[in-house]
Ligand binder design. Sequence first.
Ligand SMILES: [Zn+2]
Length: 54
Amino acid sequence: MASTTHRCVCGAELRFRQDLKKEDSGVYPTWKCKDCLMPVPGKIGERLKHQHPS
Ligand SMILES: [Zn+2]
């Protein structure tokens, strides 16, 4: 399975669950960059949360 990466506006490359900050607000959780707290698109966040460094 190909891994998903997301280049944040702050320049950080988000690749793993620990690169995200989860915000439980509303019905769906919001995923944010752990460095700058910019929201990550929902589908990207849902994919990244399953990715862990092996
Ligand atoms: Zn960022």
